[in-house]
Design a binder for this molecule. Sequence first.
Ligand SMILES: CC(C)(COP(=O)(O)OP(=O)(O)OC[C@H]1O[C@@H](n2cnc3c(N)ncnc32)[C@H](O)[C@@H]1OP(=O)(O)O)[C@@H](O)C(=O)NCCC(=O)NCCS
Length: 182
Amino acid sequence: MTELSVRLRPVAEDDLEMFRRFATEPGLIGLDWTGFRDAQAPARRFATDGYLGAEDSRLIVEVGEDEKAAAGVVSWIATGVGVAKYWEIGIALLPEWRGRGIGWRAQAMLCDYLFTHTPTPRIQAATHPENIAEQKSLEKAGFRLEGVLRSVEFRAGQWRDGYFYGRLRTDPSPLATDEPTS
Ligand SMILES: CC(C)(COP(=O)(O)OP(=O)(O)OC[C@H]1O[C@@H](n2cnc3c(N)ncnc32)[C@H](O)[C@@H]1OP(=O)(O)O)[C@@H](O)C(=O)NCCC(=O)NCCS
């Protein structure tokens, strides 16, 4: 099977329907479903800054060449200890685009993008013990498992452990040098 081309691009108005679906269709977003969210919030946020803010942002994961499709979204939010500031990233692909090599590449591209355009020393990501796809995807994107935090997340009626991953600026990128980071 030929490898799909994958790129990251800013959110456009047409993408808001996908965000509204993630907010209102139970489980569409995967294990991060935490109940219904305000379906109008995406339009308000888009009108404010196009989802490109100083503290948190989103980009669309776009696939295909002639026929382009929005496969999902990547996000990053500022975090840090004391005066340190670095990013925590997230991703959600629509179900029909999962398991096709898009998720790890989109997250690797997002890391390269953030290391290129911000001075962050590290990028972290958290996932669920049962989310094997995301664990493998993060490892393929150059992350290492840094630790397990016990009872860190309340989800689906229970407190649950979280797996925390990190990639440092000095860690090698798994992407070929000709893959675009934008
Ligand atoms: C998690 C997610 C981003 C992974 O992206 P993806 O495109 O589906 O995964 P990839 O195709 O890039 O696969 C990466 C690796 O995971 C493996 N994998 C993919 N889906 C898997 C599954 N359901 N079970 C086990 N392994 C899986 C792949 O085989 C590959 O490993 P390999 O190269 O050793 O074979 C995507 O499935 C998704 O958006 N899921 C719903 C939302 C979500 O869980 N987001 C993360 C929240 S923390």
